[in-house]
Design a protein around this ligand. Sequence first.
Ligand SMILES: *Cc1c(COP(=O)(O)O)cnc(C)c1O
Length: 426
Amino acid sequence: MKFENTLAFAQSLDAKDTLSNYRSEFNFPKVKGKQVIYFTGNSLGLQPKRAVEYVNEVMTDWAELAVEGHFYANKPWWDYHERFSEPLSKIVGAKPSEVTVMNTLTVNLHLLMATFYKPSGKRVKILCEEKAFPSDQYLIQTQVKWHGLDPKDVIVEVKRRPGEHNFRLEDILAKIEEVGDELALVLMGGLNYYTGQVLDMKNITAKAHQQGAYVGWDLAHAAGNINLELHDWDADFAAWCSYKYMNSGPGNASGCFIHEKHHTNKELVRLGGWWGHNKERRFLMEPNYDPIEGAHGWQISNLPILTLAPYLASVELFAEIGMPKLIEKRNLITAYLEFIINTIGAEVGGNFEIITPIEQSERASQLSILLHGEGRAMFTYLMEAGVIVDWREPNVIRLAPVPLYTSFEDMYQFGQILKEGILSQK
Ligand SMILES: *Cc1c(COP(=O)(O)O)cnc(C)c1O
């Protein structure tokens, strides 16, 4: 499609957009009385109006039923989390038995590492990407120390080539082969939070398995954003937060995937609790722990229903639309945003570059812009002009045109604001 940087063209794309009516399902903040252009759905998704209803339902059941709500609420609480299995499995490309929801993301990665990181003999090393999201770095470092090992000896980072912004698949595969039978675990972000690069999870997983290692994926920026086929890719485990593209609310619950092939392996130790125990016998208060076969068998505590409620509303919204439609619009709107940025940059001489990969297969709903000049001033200017973007040190602005609720007109208007900002800086 040949794009044009005009309001009429942007509006014509909105008119053809089959998802455009979902915009009204979300609450937008305002700056100076005007609805914002929201580019930070990769950090905290907007509030779906349905989420409010789902939370109110739990509040009402709690008021009217109290403890009886566990079994007699409109959506009973004791197995509330099972409502996620079907719709969530479709979003991440899993079987329903392979997904569950609990805790928060970093906590779940710790718990999954407790199962899947078992250093023994010379197989002790963990492979990750350099400059991983800070929480992942701390997670891996502290897990290693908890096993009495030295992070220096055990953590292997895949690096970018000098002068390049993104990882090369061949370098990741070569590193896996180099570590070989010392490799215990590969744990990486499937979609890089900083650059927006999507990794080839299928081939990386296969390569690590050839070396006899387990593979886990942090899908914080991938869930609800890209096509995932966790079961077919044969990933051992994965976890994601739900408050980014999945719009479940600040700091909200995480989802986990544990491949079916591990479900009946009772040798795989998990840190247990009563909610992962045989469902039929959970309330018999027996001494012997008998984990459920399936991802729910990694549950520990009874679940925070008030936090699951908005997440369920969101998951059902995704299920209603389906990932293929979201991805189709995502590709178009991201390409349009890229066109706008490049057009404005050329027109007024913007001193910046997009560091997100150009290839569609290697990126999703995020463009990261590296500002070579006065970056922070541009960020402040945009925020004051009602464009909500995010700032990453030392000099990157990330823009996520989330297909569920952003419009093509937003992209055009953003371009006009950007242009004024660049001109006023000169
Ligand atoms: C957002 C994000 C997190 C956040 O972890 P929490 O435990 O939810 O605070 C972790 N890892 C990555 C890669 C992220 O992008």
